[in-house]
Design a protein around this ligand. Structure first.
Ligand SMILES: [Zn+2]
Length: 220
């Protein structure tokens, strides 16, 4: 019951199970995986992906996946910036000059939805460069954002605002380690395992940003 109540995760897509980035690259370049990816029916229903050749997808994915995570983000920001129309605030995604939907674009390159979202955020904020010296900090910020939005939801859904203090209490049977596990479940459809925030990042965000959110001690 606890698990069910705590879970916000609705989609269960398989994720890469190895945090080694060369393995991740192998997975994204695996022919069988690509064939499966190309069978995708996009939400736009115009089947924009179906005409692509495996050879082209591999070439595109090699370019993207040979980069480290920070470089990938910068590449994505650069490319999205060229597709962004400032006047109507819309992005027109292209593959080989042809207009495609977001699903098709992400599948073509093997880009995670999470990275796409982060890149888009950079563009909307007109923050086009991840300055080399700041790249680690920037990366840490995105991890922090993930923890933050989960904790915010957790507090909304399960928190019990105390009338006599500014504390918000979670049910006393909650365990931090289980909450962290649920957090990972909630992001695994959009974030690759390599990018999962650590338990330490998670609890630090909790302490810094949600110090009012407490798990009361069990009273027997
Ligand atoms: Zn489509």
């Amino acid at each position: 019951m606890f698990r069910k109540r705590l879970s916000y995760n609705t989609v269960n897509t398989p994720i890469h199970t190895n945090d080694n980035s060369s393995n991740k690259m192998k997975l994204s370049l695996n022919r069988e995986n690509i064939m499966n990816d190309l069978k995708m029916i996009c939400l736009c229903k115009s089947q924009c992906i179906e005409e692509y050749r495996i050879k082209d997808v591999i070439a595109a994915r090699v370019v993207y996946h040979s980069k480290n995570e920070v470089e990938k983000l910068q590449w994505l920001i650069d490319i999205l910036q060229t597709y962004f129309n400032v006047e109507d605030n819309q992005i027109s995604l292209l593959i080989n000059g042809r207009l495609v939907c977001r699903d098709a674009f992400l599948v073509y390159y093997g880009i995670s939805q999470y990275k796409y979202y982060v890149a888009l955020k950079h563009i909307r904020n007109e923050n086009f460069f991840i300055v080399h010296g700041n790249s680690t900090r920037d990366y840490k910020n995105t991890l922090h954002d993930l923890c933050f939005s989960y904790l915010e939801k957790l507090m909304d859904h399960l928190g019990d605002k105390q009338p006599d203090s500014n504390e918000v209490h979670l049910p006393c049977y909650c365990l931090r380690s289980e909450i962290y596990e649920d957090f990972l479940n909630s992001i695994k459809s959009t974030v690759i395992e390599e990018d999962f925030p650590s338990y330490c990042t998670f609890t630090n965000t909790w302490q810094k940003e949600f110090s009012m959110l407490k798990i009361p001690k069990k009273i027997d």
